[in-house]
Design a protein around this ligand. Structure first.
Ligand code: SF4
Ligand code: FES
Length: 240
């Protein structure tokens, strides 16, 4: 007996099975819901709020909301896109995202989703925080200026690598990514280039050394197709 049921996403029928979230079912059906802190191989986190969708006038995060048969889900109203664009604009001003100089440019999910949402300028006042760069590891570096605190590396290290190399410390605007080593430096932690945590960062915050700008402009991942077609997993699993 099939347990498959369906809901409607912008009027399109999306099948789902018991236990799937709106995000799981939409992605499985080839429909894109913008997201940054979601990765299908990790437990949902619900922190970036970019995947917000509308159900009967209420806004919920699609990555944590279980699918329910028969509901109508708004994924594309102008108001919703405006909310999502504002969230991305806030992320851009909260850190230091200098896209033209970033090795991840063209393969960065934050940049790609900003294009997808029609963001033309950051709109808000830049914070210009002073954040460090950790180049202590021989193969990877962390540029904290680009971290969006999605906790994908935290979850991947803990849940996939069984290591707990990363954690988030502080609260609110004082939140920051920290490395679990007495010195706080990546090179003194148990981090290895083969860790899954080394390859899940959606932006250019955790990057391999010695190979930046390897792909020509015009040939980078999101130069070819928008993020709504490429998705995030391929981007995460590829180095820039
Ligand atoms: Fe997310 Fe990357 Fe920051 Fe880790 S370093 S929390 S993966 S943005
Ligand atoms: Fe759903 Fe981030 S992808 S809250």
């Amino acid at each position: 007996m099939s347990l498959e049921r369906s809901f409607r996403l912008d009027g399109q029928e999306i099948p789902f099975t018991q236990g799937q979230t709106l995000m799981d079912a939409a992605l499985a059906a080839g429909e894109y819901i913008p997201h940054l802190c979601h990765n299908p191989v990790l437990a949902p986190h619900g922190s970036c709020r970019l995947c917000v969708v509308g159900i009967k006038g209420r806004y919920v995060s699609a990555c944590t909301q279980p699918a329910v048969a028969g509901i109508e889900v708004d994924n594309s109203s102008a108001q919703l896109i405006g909310y999502r664009r504002a969230l991305v604009q806030m992320l851009f001003v909260e850190g230091n995202h200098v896209c033209p100089a970033c090795e991840k440019s063209g393969a960065c999910q934050l940049q790609a989703v900003a294009y997808y949402l029609g963001m033309l300028a950051p709109h808000y006042t830049h914070f210009f925080p002073r954040r460090p760069l950790d180049a202590s590891h021989p193969e990877f570096f962390i540029d904290h200026n680009r971290c969006i605190l999605c906790e994908l590396c935290v979850r991947a290290s803990r849940d996939l690598d069984g290591k707990r190399v990363f954690a988030i410390a502080g609260r609110g605007t004082g939140s920051r990514l920290v490395v679990n080593a007495p010195s706080g430096r990546l090179g003194d932690s148990g981090f290895a280039a083969t860790d899954r945590a080394a390859h899940v960062c959606p932006v250019g915050a955790i990057l391999p050394k010695h190979r930046g700008y390897a792909v020509r402009i015009g040939h980078r991942l999101y130069d070819q197709q928008p993020i709504s077609r490429v998705g995030d997993v391929a981007a995460n699993e590829r180095d820039p």
